[in-house]
Design a protein around this ligand. Structure first.
Ligand code: SF4
Length: 318
């Protein structure tokens, strides 16, 4: 094994992102050995429900739900229970790995969390699926309300490096994100923590972000590749440098730094890794189906077929 997982330095990490194209197959083979050791040959599919959409007070440049976005999206305060339940049954019937539920916004009143927790409680009772929420900054009391309702994992992404963060958002800080993550961890939640590639960062930012994520030791690391959405500040962002090779190197680095975590190739896989799925699964063991918060994605049945066509097994909850 060429890569010393315990002693990976920033220089080594950078050199992986700069690896010449001809060396990529060797990297993928090595990473695949690690992936097999910890994750076997399975791929978990996650379904994402947007439970509260639009009208966010924050100004994250990539997000169609931000206060500055002109994107034409559905806006609602809280999804109806029937819609949440419908997605919950899809997760159960299709044996998906987890139901992820996102809410736009950064801070919530106790009343809002209590109303949402009631829906989660009902859902958990009916489906008993693992539930993860992406839900901004929570107070301790709010986090406990959600845990008692049945949320076992919280997603809170770092998105980019500390250095680059002010270029993508100024309405809250990187430090606030880290504090929220620490608070949730201390309360016993499993964590899902990843980022977005394509926000104008350079390789040192990618490396810094992944080392920061490594220090958090999340259960899952979602890596998104920017889909520039019409109406957002990044709608004209040039993402031509997100080649399949580059995206694969990033997924490999995530696997090397967080070997035991679920490495999720999240938004953008259908765009940047189309036709490279087999190689994608050499590093990643987790994906979304049926789209992202405000962007479409591949349907569930097609996703399952894609996994098996690539020679992997679709993960079924034991
Ligand atoms: S990413 Fe989250 S916090 Fe940022 S604008 Fe979108 S919904 Fe708001």
């Amino acid at each position: 094994m060429k890569y010393d997982l315990k002693n990976m330095t920033r220089e080594m990490a950078l050199s992986i992102l700069e690896l010449p194209e001809k060396e990529l197959p060797i990297l993928l083979e090595e990473v695949y050995e690690i992936r097999k050791k910890y994750k076997g040959n399975t791929v978990g599919i996650h379904l994402l429900t947007n439970a509260r959409s639009g009208d966010c007070s924050q100004n994250c440049t990539y997000c169609a739900q931000s206060r500055d976005s002109k994107a034409d999206i559905d806006k609602y305060k809280l999804i109806t229970y029937e819609k949440l339940q419908q997605d919950g049954y899809t997760v159960k019937e299709k044996n998906l790995a987890r139901h992820c539920i996102g809410l736009s916004g950064i801070r919530f009143s106790d009343g809002e969390i209590s109303e949402f927790a009631d829906e989660v409680r009902k859902l958990k009772k009916e489906t008993n699926s693992p539930i993860c929420c992406s839900i901004g900054f929570l107070t301790e009391q709010q986090a406990v309300m959600l845990r008692e309702a049945g949320v076992d994992r919280i997603n809170h992404n770092l998105n980019t490096s500390r250095k680059h963060y002010p270029n993508i958002c100024t309405s809250h800080t990187y430090e606030e994100r880290l504090d929220n993550i620490k608070r949730l961890k201390s309360l016993g939640f499993e964590l899902c923590c990843g980022g977005i590639i394509g926000l104008g960062e350079d390789n040192t930012d990618v490396v810094d972000m992944l080392f920061q994520i490594q220090s958090i030791q999340p259960k899952a690391v979602p890596i998104n590749f920017l889909i520039p959405l019409e109406g957002t500040a990044l709608e004209h962002r040039d993402t031509s440098y997100l080649t399949g090779d580059y995206c694969l190197k990033i997924l490999c680095l995530a696997r090397l730094l967080c070997p035991q975590s679920d490495i999720r190739c999240a938004a953008g896989r259908e765009v940047y890794l189309k036709g490279r799925e087999k190689q994608m699964f050499y590093a990643a063991d987790s994906i979304f189906a049926s789209g992202y918060l405000t962007a479409d994605g591949q349907g569930i049945d097609d996703t399952i077929k894609m996994i098996t066509d690539a020679g992997f097994q679709y993960y079924v909850e034991p």
